[in-house]
Design a protein around this ligand. Structure first.
Ligand code: NDP
Length: 367
């Protein structure tokens, strides 16, 4: 007998205005980072809450209708970023101990924090904790909000010259009176563990060139694909979003792995048609549940980078986190999917630690 179930997904931006214009100044990412971006809360009273018939077929799901798309049984493998990140951290810890025993070197990560933002302070604290966990030394300089650009540059220069420091992170955002680009460009490319230096990004884009570091979140997405044995070569991939920190480098990385890549952004016409062609989807948009089941090719692998707080009066925090992809629908169409939370988020910090270790090994020519 057919049973009735409800999907918890919100309408996509293209189909309704189910997201409310409520913004919070920052929110906590599952990697423990509080980032200062304006976040859109979805309303709890979703007019598009779907009533679907669980007996409908998977073939109907692939036909294009969102309600049909959620109808089939859940088949997707859940890509467990939390446990992969833990595995990676264990590997990093073992490698650090091997290096320490062999050559007496311990990797070091320096963080420059300016001002008194609580979110930034929490980020730095979490980073420090993760460093301790794997055996990386962490260094921190905390400057007052009214510091000058020259003072910040002076500390970066000191860390650039310090042989105990193998990676430098400038905590963003910087106070408004500072030129972010000047400051980020001052980090030596050999210590740019965030991978945001234009030279690193340029090398990532060029054939035959190797970046010294790859930005942590996209690197984490590719690592998940590798560790789950997903074949990338020759596959069609779509990246939804083209930001400098996630979408653009994710597309470059997929291309380096010989995927044929389409990039969808806010001006793309008929994004669902392009998305539905893809064997691999990486979504980094920041719109809760925008990607519906009918955007997904049956059997595709879906990596959901988005971390979006939606209002939830049942949660003690008043909100919960959802991805860009309607998870319930994706589970019934895709062959594998990352959850939010517990997917890409934990990988970001693991990749930061991995970049710091790689930097120390490179500097000391330790194989
Ligand atoms: P940005 O806001 O910098 O970029 C969003 C991108 O999505 C832009 O390229 C934008 O297009 C595109 N976009 C926006 N709306 C639409 C739409 N309706 N259709 C198609 N494309 C659209 O975000 P980030 O890249 O920094 O972050 C994206 C998401 O990933 C967020 O939810 C963020 O919280 C999360 N995140 C998670 C991390 C983790 O560790 N897991 C780390 C970093 C981010 P256009 O360029 O045309 O404006």
């Amino acid at each position: 007998m057919a049973s009735t179930l409800f999907t918890d997904c919100w309408c996509s931006s293209s189909s309704s205005s189910a997201t409310a214009n409520r913004f919070v100044p920052f929110h906590k990412f599952e990697d423990g980072l509080l980032r200062s971006r304006h976040i859109r809360f979805a309303t709890t009273t979703n007019p598009c809450r779907l009533r679907i018939d669980a007996s409908a077929s998977a073939a109907a799901a692939a036909s294009g209708s969102p309600s049909a798309a959620v109808a089939a049984e859940t088949t997707a493998k859940i890509i467990d970023g939390k446990s992969i990140a833990k595995q990676i951290k264990d590997e990093i810890a073992a490698e650090i101990s091997r290096m320490k025993d062999a050559i007496g070197v311990v990797p070091g990560l320096a963080v420059v924090l300016v001002g008194d933002r609580k979110d930034s302070a929490t980020y730095v604290r979490n980073k420090k904790k993760s460093c301790e966990l794997v055996g990386i030394n962490s260094y921190e300089v905390h400057l007052p909000e009214d510091s000058t650009e020259q003072e910040v540059l002076k500390y970066i220069s000191g860390f650039n010259d310090d042989p105990a420091v193998h990676g430098i992170l400038v905590q963003l955002p910087l106070p408004a009176h500072m030129n972010e680009q000047n400051i980020l460009n001052a980090v030596h490319i050999e210590k740019d563990v965030d991978g945001f230096h234009p030279v690193n990004i340029g090398r990532l884009a060029m054939r035959g060139r190797e970046p010294l570091f790859v930005p942590c979140t996209p690197k984490g997405c590719i690592e998940l694909l590798h560790r789950y044995g997903v074949d990338i070569k020759g596959k069609r991939a779509v990246v939804i979003g083209r930001s400098n920190i996630v979408g653009m480098p994710a597309a470059l990385l997929l291309q380096r792995e010989d995927a044929t890549v389409s990039v969808v952004h806010s001006r793309t016409k008929n994004p669902e048609d392009i998305a539905r062609e893809a064997d691999i989807m990486i979504s980094a948009v920041g719109q809760p549940n925008m990607v519906r089941g009918n955007w997904i090719k049956p059997g595709a692998v879906v990596i959901d980078v988005g971390i979006n707080p939606v209002e939830d009066t049942n949660s003690p925090r008043g909100y919960r986190l959802v991805g860009d992809v309607c998870y319930e629908e994706a589970c019934k169409i895709a062959s594998a999917v990352t959850p939010v939370p517990g997917g890409v988020g934990p990988m970001t910090i693991a990749m930061l630690l991995s970049n710091t270790l790689a930097s120390a090994k490179r500097m000391h020519n330790f194989k």
